[in-house]
Design a binder for this molecule. Structure first.
Ligand SMILES: [Zn+2]
Length: 316
């Protein structure tokens, strides 16, 4: 395998096996020995579909990250929302100006930083379109101390990507002030309702609390989730179970949805959360889910790019 390890990943030496990369959510990138199902029926319209990937972390370790990313975007007809550490903000602001159809800048800020509000204001002046991935928080996402950031995001009409669910442990033998419960999917409900101009995106669909994630998305038109991380790998032999979680298609129990789509799966968006060489693999995982759950073609189009293209004002 020739997976490039990004800053956010770390290495697990796997005995005689090749190295396996693990993302925050554990196993976002399918290991090389996992055979992903081929979904050949989708192959013909791959070229036509405009993909919007909500979950591309800026890779500080790759000096040619922008060039490499643009190549992948051209090949997949994709726009990448690049989750950019504040210290790298200028590089991606410039890249977004140069490649507006391929790169959308998102600010990866620390909600507990004392100057986070100032950082967010500066990102706005640099034409950033949102924040994310917000994670490793010291308090639950709904803590009052985070409200000034959400108020700004609401004023800007931004898209904000929150990590939800289980989170990786960076160091196994040192104390860490990190806990998944602070990032449970149901916290997004309060943020979405108090700040209706924010498009609230939850990464990883609350893994493993998919039901909470889906129900919060069902009642809140401004909430969507991506299925990046280990979920589609963990569930690969039982993907049809997602029909029980996204259950309300055509029942009248949904809320306002993009293009009035009555399908429950329209509450998903595409996010890869992987190295640049893993994005296509995650696309195939999404397509396997579509097949297992009979997701209609138009809903697939909205999930893979249509919904976010509209929200971000991108050409479809
Ligand atoms: Zn995450």
């Amino acid at each position: 395998m020739h997976h490039r390890f990004s800053r956010r990943e770390f290495l697990v030496a796997g005995g005689m096996a090749a190295a396996v990369s693990i993302s925050r959510d554990a196993l976002a990138t399918p290991p090389a020995n996992v055979v992903l199902p081929e979904v050949s029926s989708q192959a013909s319209d791959k070229a036509a579909q405009h993909i919007v990937d909500m979950h591309v972390h800026f890779d500080e370790k790759n000096p040619n990250f922008v060039g490499d990313l643009v190549k992948v975007c051209e090949r997949l007809n994709m726009t990448a929302c690049v989750l950019t550490p504040f210290s790298n903000r200028k590089v991606i602001a410039d890249a977004a100006k140069q490649y507006p159809a391929r790169i959308v800048p998102f600010g990866f800020v620390d909600l507990d930083a004392p100057d986070v509000v100032k950082q967010v204001e500066e990102l706005h002046t640099l034409n950033y379109r949102g924040l994310g991935e917000l994670e490793f928080v010291k308090k639950p996402f709904t803590d009052p101390s985070y409200m000034p950031v959400y108020e700004l995001a609401n004023r800007y009409g931004w898209v904000v990507l929150f990590h939800t669910g289980i989170v990786l442990r960076k160091k196994f033998d040192e104390p860490e002030d990190v806990a998944s419960y602070r990032m449970r999917a149901f916290h997004l409900e309060e943020i979405a309702r108090r700040f209706p101009k924010i498009t609230v995106l939850g990464a990883h669909c609350g893994n493993p609390e998919y039901e909470w994630a889906a129900e919060v998305a069902r009642w809140n038109p401004n909430v969507f989730f991506d299925l990046s991380g280990s979920t589609l790998l963990k569930m690969h032999a039982r993907l049809s179970e997602f029909r029980n979680i996204f259950w309300w298609s055509s029942t009248g129990w949904g809320s306002k949805a993009p293009e009035g789509d009555p399908g429950a799966f329209v509450k998903l968006v595409f996010g890869s959360d992987t190295g640049l060489d893993g994005i296509e693999g995650v696309l195939n995982q999404y397509r396997a889910l579509f097949e297992a759950c009979d997701v209609p073609a138009n809903t697939q189009r909205l999930i893979l790019g249509g919904t976010l293209a509209k929200i971000l004002g991108l050409p479809e």
